[in-house]
Design a protein around this ligand. Structure first.
Ligand code: 6PG
Length: 475
């Protein structure tokens, strides 16, 4: 009996995904560039050995899979994927499907998809979220490709995906780059969510003077309420862990310099390209950039010192404010992420199903939460709503919590505590809900120095101002 699917690249993610596939009763052929890795993987697969076909050549590997062959490529994103595809191509036949399961830039996915068109082969760009644990026991899976290729892999992917109340967290989201685009925005939202949690942590640590484990307790309590989510859950765990070497809280010995591999930045770039304001995601990426400039920050603190953070008068009330502020800001970040996807859907003709995206993010992925179940309901009721913020359920939540966000951002500003993501979410909301903004001045300036023209509120057909530069002649 031939394998149902193949997988190339037995790193941690690839190995875990393979074991997950095998465990769910699907026979899988595996290949790794270094044959020793393949042998070791198979030898250690225990009870799943019968379900796994270890292959040492690509020829043998391809022959082991039932056509049309779905082949998952789980290797480092970028050039290695192109190289692997080139190596594999000569062994494949029409209808076979190469599946890139890495964190690819959707532009690469679109290119790969197009490049394969004439060969009769097809390509799936598949976002997989949930880290190592998710890959092993149930990730959230975002599929982009032809519907026909999706049909070929639907059963296997459904069997390995995470389940939320029994519903599989996998879906076909659209053609070519749709899956990787959605995964990218998932990560952009992940960046914003993490940054906001870190900002709240900063207020608790530097404003309220709380210890890591005390802050862990706060997050633990919040995790039983409306903020219930995987990221809050692991924040509690992380804050309560101690360093085995020094015995200090682990977070207190970790350098405050965050890495990034690109998906957050791509989210921002694509948002900007399409003219969507994704300010909370931008703030999160910028936050990581500033964090990495540690030497400069150390030098600047020597020059400026730090303002003294006043303790809030009513600690309990302030804690409640922090919880609500995080919720309000989080709504802003998710609204922005979904707005970016809505714009991309139109731009690339993907017809992205917003309720489905929210649905498959409820379990398995890094941003999984109760909150996403509420987003699912909101989009199910109104799939084409302009912005999540104005749906009945979320507008109610924003009205209940924006005051808290305002107080927290004010407190942080007065205390000199940086809250770029929280404050950008607040400004986004304040700009979005105000019918009369200030761009009339911007327009006047643009017209003054560049004769760019403006529209009038009264609709009168005069598009230039009396600036005295002779431009009024053109009005
Ligand atoms: C996930 C994660 C995962 C990883 C990203 C982001 O959904 O499982 O998003 O894909 O954490 O690579 O990583 P960086 O923070 O390193 O950019």
């Amino acid at each position: 009996e031939q394998a149902e699917i193949g997988l190339i690249g037995l790193g941690v993610m690839g190995s875990n995904l393979s074991l997950n596939i095998a465990e769910k009763g699907n026979k899988i052929a595996v290949f790794n560039r270094t044959a020793e890795v393949t042998r070791k993987f198979h030898a250690e697969a225990g009870a799943l050995q019968n379900q796994i076909v270890p292959c040492e050549t690509l020829e043998e590997f391809v022959a082991a899979i039932r056509p049309p062959r779905p082949i998952i490529i789980m290797i480092k994103a970028g050039d290695p994927v192109d190289q692997q595809m080139e190596h594999l191509k000569p062994y494949l036949s029409a209808g076979d499907i190469m599946i890139d399961a890495g964190n690819a830039n959707f532009r690469d996915t679109m290119r790969r998809f197009d490049n394969l068109k004439d060969s009769g082969l097809t390509f799936i760009g598949m976002g997989v979220s949930g880290g190592e644990e998710g890959a092993r026991h149930g990730p959230s899976i975002m599929v982009g490709g032809t519907e026909e290729s999706w049909k070929r892999v639907e059963k296997v992917l459904t069997s390995i995906s995470a389940k939320f109340n029994g519903e599989p967290c996998v879906a076909w989201l659209g053609e070519n780059g749709a899956g990787h685009f959605v995964k990218t925005i998932h990560n952009g939202i992940e960046y914003a969510d993490m940054q906001m949690i870190a900002e709240i942590y900063g207020i608790l640590r530097d404003g309220l003077g709380m210890s890591a484990s005390e802050i862990g307790n706060v997050f633990g309590r919040w995790n039983t309420g409306r903020l219930n989510s995987y990221l809050i859950e692991i924040s509690e765990k992380v804050l309560k862990a101690n360093d085995p070497i020094t015995g200090k809280p682990m977070v207190d010995v970790i350098v405050d310099r965050a890495g990034q591999k690109g998906t957050g930045k791509w989210s921002v770039i694509e948002a900007q390209n399409m003219g969507v304001a994704a300010t909370a995601i931008e703030a999160a990426v910028a936050g990581r950039i500033l964090s990495s400039q540690r030497e400069e920050r150390v030098a600047a603190e020597r020059i400026f010192g730090l303002p003294k953070a006043e303790r809030p008068k009513d600690g309990m009330a302030f804690l409640a404010d922090l919880e609500n502020a995080l919720l309000a800001a989080k709504i802003g970040a998710y609204a922005q992420g979904f707005a970016v996807m809505a714009a991309a859907s139109a731009e690339y003709n993907w017809n992205l199903p917003m309720p489905t995206i929210a649905r498959i993010w409820r379990a398995g992925c890094i941003i999984r939460s109760q909150f996403l179940d509420e987003i699912t309901s909101a989009f199910t009721k109104d799939p084409h709503v302009a912005n999540l913020i104005v749906t009945p359920a979320f507008s109610k939540m924003v009205k209940e919590t924006d005051g808290a966000l305002r107080r927290v951002v004010s407190y942080a500003a007065l205390s000199g505590l940086p809250v770029p993501a929280l404050s950008s979410a607040l400004s986004y909301f304040d700009a979005y809900r105000r019918s009369r903004g200030t761009a009339n001045l911007t327009q006047a300036q643009r017209d003054f120095f560049g004769a760019h023209g403006f529209d009038r509120l009264d609709g009168v057909d005069k598009h230039h101002g009396p600036w005295g530069s002779g431009l009024e002649e053109f009005a």
